[in-house]
Design a protein around this ligand. Structure first.
Ligand code: FMN
Length: 223
């Protein structure tokens, strides 16, 4: 982690106690099964869906409600991260913008992972994952980790922190351990307890808005 401002966070006695017997069966995956990705993903991790009788129909304009909802959600500008994890010698990374801070004390973050992804099959309670906040110049890496053909300019390179890969050169890096996961419809939500965090103070972030990459306008004044 040379050149980065390291802010190691408390990982001491306050770590949440996990009840081995209380975890859902999806967390019982053996490592060998986890590494052998077969393309279906765990069938809904964590707590189940709410009572269907509570479900109200989505009101949204447009012929294709799913597309309209995606476009509407896309108006929320975000940064771009790469979620990483390691199982045995296997390193896997996935681009994600569904990342949020949850709590400072204890230090918690949340990611939302599509259940059809390989990443979802690799995460379970107790597993560590990295979150690398991409810098403005790492757009190609974002495409590569999203399964899109990047321009091939950048070969991903990783640093290992707490036995967990994080993307070298990123604007900020977190290493977390999955404390809980929750049903999130076609996604699973993973709450991670942060064990290590650092950032590069001069980095400019890569942004995502309306399905397009962007960056901070230089000289733009924040009001
Ligand atoms: C900017 C951007 C943001 C994304 N955010 C997410 C996300 O938050 N959660 C998710 O599950 N997929 C997200 N994706 C899609 C995944 O990166 C993509 O499905 C990836 O190929 C999954 O990889 P895997 O199946 O190899 O794990 C995003 C893609 C892009 C380009």
């Amino acid at each position: 982690m040379d050149g980065l401002g390291v802010r190691a966070l408390d990982t001491g006695d306050n770590a949440p106690v996990t009840e081995p017997d209380a975890q859902p069966p999806e967390f019982d995956l053996k490592l060998a099964e986890v590494a052998a990705w077969v393309g279906t993903g765990p069938d809904g991790i964590g707590q189940g869906p709410p009572d269907p009788s509570d479900e109200a129909a989505l009101e949204i304009e447009g012929d294709d409600p799913a597309k309209a909802l995606r476009q509407t959600l896309g108006m929320f500008a975000t940064g771009v991260t790469v979620i990483t994890t390691k199982v045995g010698d296997q390193v896997h990374g996935m681009t994600a913008n569904a990342f949020m801070s949850v709590s400072l004390e204890p230090p918690l973050v949340l990611i939302s992972v599509d259940r059809r992804t390989k990443m979802c099959s690799l995460l379970y309670e107790g597993q560590r994952f990295g979150v690398s906040v991409l810098a403005a110049g790492q757009r190609d890496l974002s495409d590569q980790f999203a399964g899109r053909p990047g321009d091939g300019r950048d070969e991903p390179s990783f640093e290992i922190v707490h036995e967990t890969p994080v993307v070298a050169g990123s604007a900020a890096q977190f290493v977390s351990k999955v404390a809980k996961s929750y049903w999130g419809g076609d996604h699973s939500l993973f709450l991670g307890r942060v064990e290590d965090a650092c950032y590069e103070g001069n980095a400019q972030p890569l942004l995502f808005h309306g399905g397009q990459y962007g960056g901070l306008a230089s000289g733009a004044e924040l009001t």
